[in-house]
Design a protein around this ligand. Structure first.
Ligand code: AMP
Ligand code: MG
Length: 418
């Protein structure tokens, strides 16, 4: 008997009939509902809090500014001032930042005041020194000037007792300034989430080594470890494993001990050498995620000794997109940050594309001249396109014919924390 090939299918990219493809949003909703914070809480000095996740709301211990003060170098008095020319006698003395004037400024008189100085009693308004002529013991200037001009009110920024920063916030450099300003010295933060990364595949060779025929360099691992670092988590490098079930089993055991969550790449579909999905299925905690996403399927999700495993596709483009779209929000949730979605922008397309219904697509993209350009090839092995891109264009699940100038959603890499 001769072996017959199956009939050709001209719809080989269509979704298989009779198979449920989970829409991206449904898959995300499931992850969101099932995962929670897993990291311990500790107290650290503000100076060590950069990138850490706040475990509780942080309350302002002091108002910012703590007292009314001058926003400029000039002369302070009680406002308002009507239109026209004015002459005010100067009080003896001066108010400077950190060196307040202890007396009272009588009505109808002014005092020399510098930026940041607390407003003395009797002063609620400041005129810029550039707008003043200074004479012997007096100043002359022109109105009008509103009451409160060039002055900052106590607590106008943050009031004592307010929530300065919310629980779940990943602390930024600006947050450090805010925490310091409102008198906070230490903050409760979560221990960094430990994320293990394992590459799988007999074909993989360490970058920089000699690669024989049929071998390729492990591109995913350096990328994934770096992404985890950028997300603010602790990358745990678990190396490479060949397509060997026992070896992979042992490596997953180690990874589950050393990390809170595991990312693997490769071996996630249902083929002969797809040992990640096979092992997760064997462990009985496997969800094969037939997610309607391009690039990206298949994705294997499961638990290994209690640690969630994201079995990412082997193709680097799919591995990166799946990490950004699925793993990152889930990792954020586990890290105590709550569910994090990227902030996108609707911008005009610089390209044309026809897209079939039934799956969500992510294109490697970048902004030039106010329009989103996409990489010339959509091939999921085209690593240079990932590097060329500065973000992704997300195209919704439905059918679409995008023409140049049509609005598309651009998600900068930065909005994913990269
Ligand atoms: P797999 O999902 O294991 O069938 O892999 C799909 C494709 O991705 C194959 O062409 C693999 O050689 C490739 N691939 C898998 N892992 C990596 C990796 N770590 N770096 C670069 N390419 C990979
Ligand atoms: Mg493989």
């Amino acid at each position: 008997m001769t072996l017959k090939p199956p009939p050709l299918r001209n719809d080989c990219f269509a979704l298989p009939a009779g198979v449920e493809w989970t829409p991206v949003d449904q898959a995300l909703a499931q992850l969101r509902a099932r995962l929670g914070a897993v990291t311990a809480v500790q107290e650290v000095p503000v100076a060590e809090a950069l990138g850490r996740v706040l475990a509780k709301d942080v309350i302002a211990r002091r108002s910012n500014p703590p007292q009314a003060n001058s926003a400029v170098d000039g002369y302070g008095f009680a406002g308002a001032v009507e239109e026209g020319a004015h002459v005010l006698p100067l009080v003896d003395g001066r108010a400077a930042a950190g060196v307040p004037f202890g007396g009272v400024v009588p009505a109808g008189q002014a005092i020399r005041i510098l930026t940041g100085a607390a407003l003395p009693e009797g002063v609620d308004t400041v005129i810029l020194e550039e707008d003043v002529t200074v004479g012997e013991g007096q100043i002359a200037f022109r109105g009008p000037l509103k009451r409160g001009a060039n002055a900052r009110r106590a607590g106008e920024d943050v009031a004592e007792g307010d929530v300065a920063l919310p629980q779940g916030r990943q602390v930024t450099p600006a947050d450090l300034a805010l925490l310091a300003a409102v008198g906070v010295g230490t903050v409760p933060v979560r221990a960094p989430l430990r994320v293990a990364v394992v590459s799988t595949g007999d074909e993989l060779v360490e970058p920089g080594q000699v690669a024989g025929p049929g071998q390729i360099f492990d591109a995913n691992r350096v990328m994934l470890l770096a992404m985890i670092g950028r997300f603010g988590f602790t990358p745990v490098d678990m190396g490479r494993v060949g397509d060997d079930r026992a070896a992979l089993r042992a490596r997953l055991d180690q990874a589950a001990e050393q990390a809170d969550v595991i990312l693997t790449s490769g071996g996630a579909s249902a083929g002969d050498e797809d040992h990640v999905s096979a092992l997760l299925r064997e462990a009985g905690a496997m969800q094969e995620w037939r997610v309607a996403i391009k690039p990206g399927r298949p994705l294997a999700l499961g638990l290994w000794n209690g640690a969630p495993v994201f079995g990412l596709p082997g193709n680097p483009v799919a591995a990166m997109v799946c990490t950004l779209v699925f793993a990152r929000p889930a990792l954020c949730q586990m890290a105590g940050m709550g569910w994090q979605e990227p902030v996108g922008f609707d911008v005009p397309a610089a390209f044309e594309k026809r897209k079939k219904p039934g799956r969500r697509e992510y294109l490697r993209a970048r902004m030039r001249d106010g329009r989103a350009e996409v990489f010339a090839s959509e091939g999921s092995g085209r690593i240079s396109g990932l590097s060329w891109a500065e973000g992704l264009v997300e195209i919704g699940d439905g059918e679409r014919h995008i023409r140049p100038g049509d609005p598309v959603r651009f998600l900068p890499y930065g909005s994913f924390g990269l």
